[in-house]
Each structure stands twice: as C-alpha cells, then as structure tokens.
Design a protein around this ligand. Structure first.
Ligand code: WT7
Length: 633
C-alpha cells in the first residue's frame, strides 16, 4: 500500500483526536472547501437536559461544490463517475468532472424551475444510473434535502416515506434494470402517489425508453425540461448544520426512522474515512458495489469519493448476472483498484466455486472492503486469498446509517484478525456496557455504545426530536447506543456480535421485525404475528415469521405463499419471510409480552435449550410450536 498507517501511528492519531478534539477536527476540516471556514469544531451534549449535537456551526459550504467545482481546475478531464450497465454489452459511460459539473448544474436548474429551493425535501426513487447521482448532487447544490428511497421498496413503503417528510417533488425513471429484468419504477411511483398525498411534480428520467403514462401538469420528462435551462448554477451557501439528506432506516417499531445527516460534519466524515480507510490515490478506480438507496451508496459511491476527486464506479446490476463471474469481469474491464462489497454477496459467490474468480485476472486490485454485517472468517479468507490473491488487505468496516461513515475499521497497515472490525477510527470513542449500564473494562462483551460525538453523527429523526433522543440516548444516559453487541479482546480489537434490539440484518440490510409484523397483521386472515431472525448461510440472517390465523382460516400452502407475496408487496422483496410457521398461539408472559427469546431458539432449531419457560402464561403453546417448527417454507 502506498500510505499504510502502522498500528502505533494510528493509535497515536486516535489518542490525539480524543485528547484534543477541537484542534484535531478544525485541522481535519481543512480538507473541505469552505465558503466561510468554521471557527469551532464540536459543540454537543448527550444529556437529556442539554441535548444538542453541532459541528463546525459557523462554517459555510456547499456539498456539490466540494464534490465537483473544486476539482475542475486540476481534474476536469478525469472520470468522476464510471458507469457499468446491467447488461455487459451496454457501453460503459465515462462522466468527467467537467461533465459532472454541467449535468448537475442543469439538473439543479430544472429543480429550481419546478420551484425547489433551500430546505425543500425531494424524494428520489431511482435505478443505479448516473442521473441518480446527478439528482442527489443537484439537490445539494440548491440546498434541497434529498430522501433516496431504495428502488426495491414497494409503492406502499415509498408512499409512507414521501408523506413522512412531505416531499413536493419525486424524481424517478421510466424503468430500472437489474439482473436482466426491468423494474417498473414510474408505475410504482404512480401507485405510491395514489396512496400518499399528491405531490406537485414527478420528474422522470428516461432510462430504458419504455412507454410510461405521464400525468399532465404533474409529470415532467427530465430530458425535455433540461433543454431549456442553463448549464451553470451557482452553489447555494449552506450552514454546516443544514440538513443534507434524510435516509429512512428500520428501527424497532413499525415505522421507519428518517435519519437526518448534516452538510459539513457528514461530508467531512464521508471524505476523510473514504480517503483514509481506502487509501484512495488518483487515478485509482474505486468501486463500491452498494446501491445509492442505502447509506453505503450515499457515503461511499457519491459523497466520499467525489469529495476526494476519485473515479467512482457505479454499477447498475447485480453481482451474479449474467454469470457469477460478472463482478470480477467488471474489475478487470475497468481495472478496479478498490472493491467494497458485502459479506452476503461474497458468500453467495463463494458457493459457486473458485473457477469464476480464478478465470479472471484481478491484477488491478489493491484493497478490499467489507460492510453491512459481521464477515465470517471463512468468507474473509476467501475474499483475501482467492479474490485478492493474498495481496490485498481487507477493510472490515463497522458503521451504521446513523453514523454517516466508518466507525470501527482497519486502516491499511492495521494487522488483520479475520472477523474483527479491529479499531476505532479517529475521534471514535467506543465503550462496552453491561445490561445495567455499567462500563466493562479490558477484554469483555456487552452493549456497544459511543461516548463522544463525531462529525458524521446523525443530527436527528425527521420531524421527531423526541424519538431521536429516546431511540439512541435514553437507555444508557450520556452515550450514543448503537443497538449492536460487541466483544473487545485482549489486544483492544472489536468484534461486532450483531444487533441486540428487534432489528435483524438480512443480506446486509436492516429490517425491523416490527415492520414485517405490521405488514403481516394487515392481511385479513392474520390475527397476530411475531417475527425473529435466524441464521441463514447466504443472507447472514433470514426472516422467520410466526403467524396466528383468524378462527376458521385454513393454514395451507396457498395461504403461506399468499402471505409471502403480501409482505413483498407491502414492504418490498427484501422483507420476504424465508419461513412462515402457522402458530395456534404465541408464547407470552402473563402480562402479555411475546417471549421472542423462545421464538428465536425455535427458529434457530435450538430446541434443546429453550431456557426458563416458567413465566409463560400457557406453557402448552411452546409444545405446539415445537411440533410444527419443521414446516418452513
Ligand atoms: C448495522 C447497520 C453500515 C452501512 C450498511 C448497513 C451491521 C454493518 C458491519 C460490520 C458487523 C456490521 C451492524 C449495524 N453492520 N457493518 N462491518 N461488522 N456488523 O447500515 O442498515 O444502518 O445497518 O449493520 O449491526 O448496526 P445499516
């Protein structure tokens, strides 16, 4: 590696970042281009009485100017976005920084023409095409707050997200492409808008050229609107604390949380972690194989890499289409130096055998990254040995939608322990607490909390400050609660053990069990539902639903299939239950609380150790569940 950081050096930087946060962060902030430089760094308190989180408060900047304009003089002709289509015979697109400037400015002017401006929320429901990034950056350029909704979410889910942040404009495309299939995005937006309160405008990007119905007065073709606007649009000066975007994520209740990120602190965090963890140096070709619908796509396809003047590869398709060699063929085709993907993709590809990998060169690769869930040592070794040919360090990055960017992660030069995310990034102060909130020292396992604010920390939940405090700062006073469990070993390395709340991690995506339960009970035949995670060899965790039917309803395979479809339609394919068990009753305490611990054990097949069942209101329920637990879909 060109800039490997020896362990002792990173530990020294980390110590300084905690000892002198103001000095450290004001200096770090100079990596951004400020219209007015900030005079102070963090100003925060996690205490209930004085709760606030602010960074670089008097600084003024524009995110799009940082991601585009400031690179024009030095790298206007360098490729900013390198696009690889779903179909391998489609010509790749190379968008230089100069072109990105024109495209984003035009997009920004179209949005302005529709009346959008500072502080307005704009929902994006987009396929993985460069126009998705143009639209995000165009919002940033005019100070509008984007809310990207993953294009795999259902119309119902999209409608809820449009309504929650009161978006007046939705940006979509006629269709998307993924794995050789088309996805009817515009049709889905139409369906969502039949549910949600009407918006003023739907801006439609022509992606596949399919015929789609356009509602007069509301729907506008982007390519037509773009003909009439200037290719220059001055970036709006924004306060560092102005919101940059909202991103909905699952929590432990049925309603998704609108995580709000800031302009200055977030951009600094995305840029600094991208540069440091991936050791980016031009003209490397960097590829984060996530979707812009998730935070990984925001921070590590768009904002981090572009703020650093990188060439960021954007891939429209899926890792295993048309063949399981696709991802490695793309690496060779574009001479990718850094690949950042999820353990679930690695496990799926690993199953196909090494030949798909070893049949490609991958000589360009220098560094590999992993994100989304704990990477099991077997997948780590395969990634390192087979994919990376033993030459490339693996960065197992632990972070969350809420954290904005990497929190616990190796840096190039950090000695690896497969399965451990290793050490905290600069400025990150992780701690372990036991169930009563007592801090655990040394080698220990407990609840992972963060004791100090960092610039990339979320600033709130859209429209719900009370829920923000309750969800993250009330269980253990004075710290940020991550919802993850972790173990710290004798060397101070961190091992994430998974969620400790009612959230499960399916293929690296967060799914609230309560969300799936809410969807199930909406079905006319369902009386009650309880959802838990269970170990799944490709997805990490699968979704296991226990369903109690209304009296008189036949528990048959037709209904099982119908319920799976129902959840897909209500939330989206990622929420599809892997197993549905019809349960005459659910195990409850005498006060009526569902005992999920027991349901988890049964779903795991670990029926020998159900633990204490003496508090059950009706112990007979468990016997019935056990006898039917074989009936997985
Ligand atoms: C949850 C956050 C981080 C962006 C993508 C997912 C789990 C994430 C790791 C990792 C172990 C990980 C945690 C976390 N997670 N990365 N490297 N090792 N666990 O973002 O949807 O907000 O999910 O993903 O459980 O809390 P998210």
């Amino acid at each position: 590696m060109s800039n490997a950081t020896p362990l002792a050096d990173r530990q020294a930087v980390h110590a300084r970042s905690l000892a002198d946060p103001d000095g450290f962060w004001l200096e770090a902030a100079t990596r951004l281009d400020w219209m007015t430089a900030p005079s102070r760094a963090g100003d925060w308190s996690f205490d209930r009485d004085d709760f606030h989180i602010r960074w670089f408060e008097d600084g003024v900047l524009n995110v799009a100017a940082n991601c585009i304009d400031r690179h024009l003089a030095t790298r206007g002709d360098q490729v900013a976005i390198l696009w690889e289509g779903d179909d391998p015979t489609t010509a790749p697109r190379h968008i230089t920084y100069a072109e990105l400037h024109r495209e984003v400015s035009r997009f920004a002017n179209v949005l302005k023409g529709l009346g959008a401006g500072k502080g307005d929320r704009i929902t994006l429901y987009m396929p993985m095409i460069p126009e998705a990034a143009f639209a995000m950056l165009a919002c940033a350029r005019i100070g509008a707050v984007h809310s990207v909704v993953f294009a795999g979410f259902s119309a119902e889910a999209l409608a809820g997200r449009i309504a929650d942040c009161d978006s007046r404009i939705v940006i979509t495309a006629d269709q998307g492409r993924r794995g050789g299939r088309t996805i009817a995005l515009k049709a889905c937006v139409d369906e969502a808008l039949a549910i949600a309160r009407a918006v003023d405008h739907v801006l439609v990007v022509r992606a596949t050229g399919a015929e789609v119905p356009m509602t007069a007065g509301r729907d506008i073709w982007y390519h037509e609107a773009a003909l009439n606007v200037a290719a220059d649009c001055p970036p709006e000066p924004m306060a560092a604390e102005d919101p940059l975007f909202i991103l909905y994520t699952s929590g432990s209740t049925g309603k998704p949380k609108g995580v709000v990120h800031s302009t200055g602190g977030y951009l600094l965090w995305a840029a600094m972690t991208h540069a440091t963890v991936f050791d980016y140096t031009a003209p490397d070709v960097y590829w984060c194989a996530a979707d812009i619908g998730w935070v990984t796509g925001h921070s590590y396809i768009v904002y981090g890499p572009l703020a650093n003047g990188a060439t960021t590869l954007m891939y429209e398709g899926v890792p295993n289409w048309p063949t399981p060699a696709r991802i490695w063929e793309v690496v060779d085709r574009h001479r990718v130096t850094t690949l950042y993907t999820a353990p679930t993709a690695l496990r799926a590809l690993m199953k196909e055998g090494d030949a798909y990998v070893t049949g490609t060169s991958r000589a360009s690769l220098k560094l590999l990254g992993s994100v989304g869930e704990p990477i099991n040592p077997e997948a780590w070794r395969w990634y390192h040995d087979v994919v990376g040919g033993g030459r490339c360090p693996v960065m197992d990055t632990w972070w969350q939608t809420e954290t904005g960017g990497h929190m616990i992660t190796p840096l190039p030069g950090t000695p690896a322990k497969p399965g451990s995310a290793s050490l905290p990034f600069h400025g990150v102060d992780p701690r372990l607490l036991d169930a009563e909130g007592r801090e655990l020292d040394g080698a220990a396992e407990g609840n992972l909390v963060i004791a100090a604010s960092w610039p990339g920390q979320m600033r709130g939940l859209w429209g719900d400050p009370a829920r923000f405090f309750d969800a993250y700062f009330s269980l253990y006073p004075g710290v940020y609660t991550t919802g993850d469990g972790a173990r710290r070993d004798a060397d101070g390395y961190w091992w994430i053990t998974g969620r400790v709340d009612d959230v499960i991690n399916v293929s690296g995506h967060r799914m609230g069990t309560a969300e799936v339960e809410s969807a199930l009970v909406l079905h006319a035949d369902v009386a009650e539902a309880a959802v838990v995670g269970f170990p799944h060899d490709v997805k990490g965790q699968g979704i296991y639903a226990y369903v109690t039917l209304n009296a008189g309803v036949a528990a048959d395979e037709t209904l099982r299939a119908a319920l799976r479809d129902w959840v897909r339609r209500e939330i989206g394919p990622i929420a599809t239950p892997d197993a549905i068990q019809f349960a005459p009753g659910l195990p409850k305490t005498r006060s009526g609380k569902i005992m999920r611990r027991i349901l988890r054990k049964i779903a795991e097949g670990d029926t020998a150790s159900l633990g204490d069942t003496s508090t059950l209101a009706d112990p007979g329920v468990v016997k019935a569940l056990l006898s039917e637990s074989q009936a997985r879909v």
